[in-house]
Write a protein that binds this ligand. Structure first.
Ligand SMILES: Cc1cc2nc3c(=O)[nH]c(=O)nc-3n(C[C@H](O)[C@H](O)[C@H](O)COP(=O)(O)OP(=O)(O)OC[C@H]3O[C@@H](n4cnc5c(N)ncnc54)[C@H](O)[C@@H]3O)c2cc1C
Length: 275
């Protein structure tokens, strides 16, 4: 049998530019930035946890310099951009994609991005607060990390607030007969978002009551103690690195899950900037 590829890559891709058309605080933690532009039509919407690299101009510098290559060369090109104008590079998730003609703000395609605001210490988080209509960004589509094997009879989806857009995107695209246990840790009860009500899916919202608590610990401890279904499964976990590595270790060592049935991605790490 052919080996299943770990990720689902986009069929084609290019570096697309877009501009901010809306900036809305949708909950205590989340800022929804909508970007739009003709070039977003080069990104084929794949649903689920589709993610992309975003290039954001440095603070105080509206100039956007981008790599031109979308092949493996793009990163070398990016590093050749002089430091004082090199854009900030981060990873984010498509929370919603609206094709040309079905947008909320105009005729060109639109993408909603939900930024988990964590203060001004990160350039992406700080940018989201002040992003204004007309501000330009660049995007490079990366496709999906979520890639369940057809044999899985149920799924375990776990994340902190940084993975909320990915997990809700997965539920938005899920077949109606999906069986899943979903654990999403959020800083505030009002950060909950609507999701499709699927008969076989239990969504557990975990509110981190203590603002000093390390993100991800509550989710990890809750899943450790949970009564989970049995049978062939697929796990998707994203969030602070200790959550993702800790959960994988627990599932493999204590519950005998097969390593290849777990997609675990450190979305960020306490005390470390993304690059
Ligand atoms: C595939 C993928 C998809 C992602 N999708 C999303 C998404 O849709 N929405 C989203 O909000 N994030 C998402 N992330 C996470 C996001 O890329 C990181 O949080 C990123 O580090 C934020 O960049 P920054 O410039 O704000 O902070 P950085 O400059 O990277 O970090 C500065 C400081 O902020 C801390 N920090 C970083 N992120 C967080 C956080 N979430 N909470 C608390 N402290 C933090 C760091 O530890 C560091 O001390 C995704 C990551 C990946 C890999």
């Amino acid at each position: 049998m052919a080996k299943r590829s770990k990720f689902v890559k986009p069929a084609t891709r290019s570096v697309a530019t877009a501009e901010v058309v809306a900036n809305k605080r949708i909950s205590p933690t989340f800022i929804r930035i909508t970007i739009a532009g003709e070039e977003l039509s080069t990104i084929a919407p794949m649903g689920a946890d589709q993610w992309f690299r975003i290039f954001i101009p440095q603070a105080g510098n509206g100039e956007l310099r981008l790599p031109s290559a979308a092949s493996a060369l793009w990163y070398a090109q990016y590093l050749r951009i002089p430091k004082d104008v090199r854009p900030v590079l981060r990873a984010y998730t498509v929370r919603a994609y609206r094709e040309a003609g079905s947008g909320l703000f105009g005729e060109t395609p639109e993408i909603d991005i939900d930024f988990a605001f964590h203060g001004d210490i990160g350039p992406a988080s700080a940018w989201a607060v002040s992003a204004a209509s007309g501000d330009k960004v660049g995007l490079l589509d990366e496709g999906l990390i979520y890639n369940p094997a057809p044999e899985a009879t149920w799924q375990l989806l776990v994340g902190d607030e940084s993975a909320l857009p990915a997990i809700l995107g997965i539920l938005d695209s899920a077949p109606t007969d999906l069986r899943a246990e979903v654990f999403i840790e959020i800083p505030h009860p009002d950060d909950k978002q609507e999701h499709p009500e699927l008969g076989g899916v239990n969504v557990h919202w975990l509110v981190r009551e203590d603002p000093q608590a390390k993100p991800g610990v509550l989710a990890l401890e809750t899943v450790r103690a949970a009564d989970l279904p049995t049978g062939p499964s697929y796990t998707f976990v994203g969030g602070e690195q200790a959550l993702t590595t800790g959960l994988r270790r627990h599932l493999v060592n204590d519950r005998n899950f097969a390593k290849q049935d777990i997609s675990f991605t450190g979305f960020w790490r306490v005390g470390h900037a993304a690059n």
